[in-house]
Design a protein around this ligand. Structure first.
Ligand SMILES: [Zn+2]
Length: 137
């Protein structure tokens, strides 16, 4: 089944998540890294969920990820794919996978972030399979 779009709700903005959503509107995917325990987390929060430190840096992710787990909701209207993906920076994200043939997906499929607009214009990060570029060495 070809999956064109995502099943997204308008995200709830809070003072804590405004930076994240503003960056998404500029097509940047942010995650956070704690400078005390060095662990990354997502969504970015102002307090580290692991050690409660407030020394948090927001970092722009490369946008490259791999499928960790996914489910096809073929009876969705429209059908969609919900997935856990692992960013190459080592952070897991729950998201949607769009613009792909569902039969082609498997655990480990390389993905690239893309941004999908929801009602009101907010952009939300979703993922699509990454094509391997064939370049001459
Ligand atoms: Zn920490």
């Amino acid at each position: 089944m070809y999956i064109e779009g995502a099943n997204l709700r308008v995200p709830e903005r809070t003072p804590e998540t405004n930076v994240f959503w503003d960056a998404a509107n500029e097509e940047s995917l942010l995650y956070a890294k704690c400078s005390d325990c060095n662990k990354p987390h997502y969504y970015p929060r102002k307090v580290c969920p692991f050690c409660f430190s407030t020394s948090i840096n927001f970092i722009k992710a490369s946008g490259r990820a791999n499928i960790y787990a996914f489910s096809l909701f073929s009876k969705g209207r429209p059908p969609y794919i919900s997935a856990w993906v692992m960013l190459e920076e080592g952070v897991a994200i729950i998201t949607n996978i769009i613009d792909c043939e569902s039969d082609m997906l498997k655990i480990g499929t390389p993905l690239q972030v893309v941004f999908s607009s929801v009602e009101g214009g907010q952009k939300v990060p979703v993922f699509t399979p990454r094509m391997v570029k064939k370049t001459k060495e």
